[in-house]
Design a protein. Sequence first.
Length: 275
Amino acid sequence: MNLSFKTALSGAAMLFTTLFAPAQFAQAEEPSSTQAQIEQSGTLRVGMSTFAPWAMRDKQGALIGFEIDVARRLATDNGWQVEFVPTAWDGIIPSLLAKKYDVIIGGLTITPEREKSVRFTQAYSHSGVQLAAASTLAKEKKTVADFNQRGVILAVRRGASPVQVAKAHFPKATLRQFDDESQVFQEVLNGRAHGALSSSPKPEQEALRHPDALFMPFAKPLAEGSEGFALRKGDDALAEQFNEWIAARQADGWLKARHDYWFKSLAWEAQVANP
């Protein structure tokens, strides 16, 4: 190799370094993952939607509920603060993908369709979908076939898994969809719908609160499901960190104790203005 060729080669190498080093440096400065961003900020941003007893406001306006307990304990155990981002249910996954928060902890049922968009953790809760029926409009209805009739009106929360359950079991019925869970049951209590579909224990608890207006026609859930934390695709390390936490809280009984408090009792109702 002669001297002039060596000089040209050295100059080319220097030019390559000059052109590409700044881009490499800028890339290294960006956070590598959601996990790194959480550790850097010290705050876990949680997307959720209010529906009892998963998440709701107490008489002072503070958030309480099963999901609120879970998110706060998760953050505390990892040395983070927690920031709740209330979000309309039908926009909860799009808002996660838009990076408006780091994780959804909001009673989100794990489904194959949702797994196309998000990375779920292992299940931390198990629930089902049930129907609470109007004692007046539906007093003679006892079977799925009775409710799967033209002229039957069923209320559901827009974007929630009970919508798909309703379409599968009651394709002939008319669905009325609402953004808020309380509106779903109010439609039945006001005599404008034959029944309301929702994740347990909401139907059972509403039937207990309004024994003269509502009844449970089915002994078993129309569908059973499991809830997981939802993260963006690629946040595998964070998902595994959360999986370890879920396993630990299942092993020590904490998750079951909090679930039983919120789902198997009405002891919390005095804290809430409109449960």
